[in-house]
Design a protein around this ligand. Sequence first.
Ligand code: ADP
Length: 423
Amino acid sequence: MFQRVRLRLSALLVAIFLALYILTSILIYSLSVRLMVGSVDAVMEATAQPLVAEVSTSFNRGQFPTEFVKLTKLSSLYPKVSVIILRDALGHVIASTNPQIKSNFPYDFPDAKTSQTTVESPSHQYYRVLTKRIMNPYKQTEGFLQIGLNIDRDLAGLKRLSEVLWMVAIAGTALAAVAGLYMSQLTLRPIVRSWQQQQQFVADASHELRTPLSIIQLNLEVMTGDPTKTIGENMEWIEVIAKETHRLRRLTQDLLTLARLGAPREQVELEAVNLPELLASVVNSFQLSASAKGLQLTLQAHLPQDEVVATRGNPDRLYQLFTILIDNAVKYTNHGEVTVSMEKKRSHVHVAVKDSGIGIAAAQIGYVFDRFYRTDAARVRATGGSGLGLSIAKMIVDEHAGKIFVHSSEGQGTMFTVHLPTI
Ligand code: ADP
């Protein structure tokens, strides 16, 4: 699936490159042609102007332009042009600086005083030809002055330019294709990764949902197998069903929270949250379950007198964050204590949840924030965890521009520290 997308992206890149390149090449080529023609025409114009003036004066005096004819013999006087031709009104050649050039230059352009054109000679040479009509004061044509300039070298230059442009086009297309493949791979990498994660998530979630559902089904089958039994007699199975239903409810609740936290559009209501108050309330809600396990649960706030420590956030989410951490601390501690402490550090507040519980092995500590990760599936099975709590906690911390850290040593205890910006 991604291979096709990759190919399409590269093809798009090649198409964009080619379109831009063709446009630029056309621009470069036509500009070069215009520049070449412009400079050739300028040379011919500069040569023609004094000659036209001289020839028309002779014609006007009714003389044959003998001086001009003499001048044309000295063709070295006009090194920049290839040929200068003087014609009479009928087009017959009167004089030419280079009789070798058997000119088939067109001369009679009706109504035009000056005209430029490009001509191919019988010997396949190319000339740019400037023709000037020489008029008498009665607006009658007396003759034509023509200047020809061989442009073979300029045309060869243009041909070379077009060859280079073609070569660059071919090399550029190949390069664009390679670059396109590489860049599309780079672009798609995070998409592929998140797609794979999504796939994994769906697989894990289905697995997690299937397990309690299978247990419920099994227990129901046991009960329906003997319809004569009373509810009291089936209590053992009913209790299992109730426990698994509770597990399912928690799991779906966690999945919903994850989906909501991950949704980009959900706007979180932010307000000033008094952290000591919030922590006191979470700690209170766990006092019963902690003392039921014989644990000492305390809140220590290292704060100067009367100082209010507040963060900008969503109180429900923050409540959920500390509930997850304290719930885990109580859950994974069999004796000793759980301490929640708070400390203000310049622009941040550090909240630590420390327990003297079973701890996390060093090799597993890097994965505890992953979805569905449980350090020991069998052990956790007994505590009913889904492995989603810490990934939800991490998302809440991220959402509040904070950071979360974990320190633990197996068998000795764990400490989760949350850093949140204060206001
Ligand atoms: P769960 O619902 O299984 O507790 P969490 O995402 O909250 O899922 O935690 C992931 C895993 O990290 C747990 O299964 C447990 O193995 C480990 N863990 C979390 N908190 C603690 C703790 N305070 N002490 C020891 N292990 C912990």
